[in-house]
Design a protein around this ligand. Sequence first.
Ligand code: GLP
Length: 242
Amino acid sequence: MKIIEVKNSLELSNIAAGILIDEIKKKPNLVVCFPTGKTPLGMYNKLVSANKKRKVDFSKIKTFNLDVYYPLPKKNRSSYNYYMFDHLFKKVNIKDRNINFLDSESKNPNKEAIRYESLVRRNPIDIIFLGVGANGHIGFNEPGSKKGSKTRLVNLTKATIERNEKIFKGKIPRKAITMGIKTILSSKKVILLALGKDKTKAITHLINCGDDPEWPVSFLKGHEDLIVIADREALKGSKSLF
Ligand code: GLP
């Protein structure tokens, strides 16, 4: 595990976007998986401006997204589809056919999860970016998730629903479909982004503790190419390792 301590969101965004740009230069048809949330917003801004300046070409990359609320119309302004198009996809030269999403409108979410899981297996992810929930969730792998879990329909915890209600337009769904921990760990490179004191407990569990299903983020520790980019606040509990 490599830990990069950053001063603020701007530095985190520059470093994270820089890593992706370098990887795309090495492999133009890179397969990338993106997260949502506040933390990666600055990275998306950097990617948009780099693309405008022709410093990076997205025309050959393939993308996946980690998770979706279920059920939820894709057009809902709080959907992750809306978020990704709004902040990145519609602003860069990515091809629609190369964008992969879980279908939050599917009539059969279990079948949809199996479809997505096998799509990921056929298109191995080169680099996955992750945020982390205050309760240690990654994607929507909530506390109690298994290390061997695959893409599946999950119940959101009360804590996650309450936090997200503040930012959600309309009534927040009680369920989600998320890539599993095993699916995430099958990515060749994992980049975890964390900012602020809300994330201190989760990052402490990742860095200082062993595998703990109550803190799903801790399962990332075993990955052989994991980079944690976090600010001082998020790293506060892990100082003993520096
Ligand atoms: C949601 C997403 C996660 C994300 C988390 C953190 O729960 N499903 O993938 O990591 O939010 O969001 P933020 O970056 O806003 O703290």
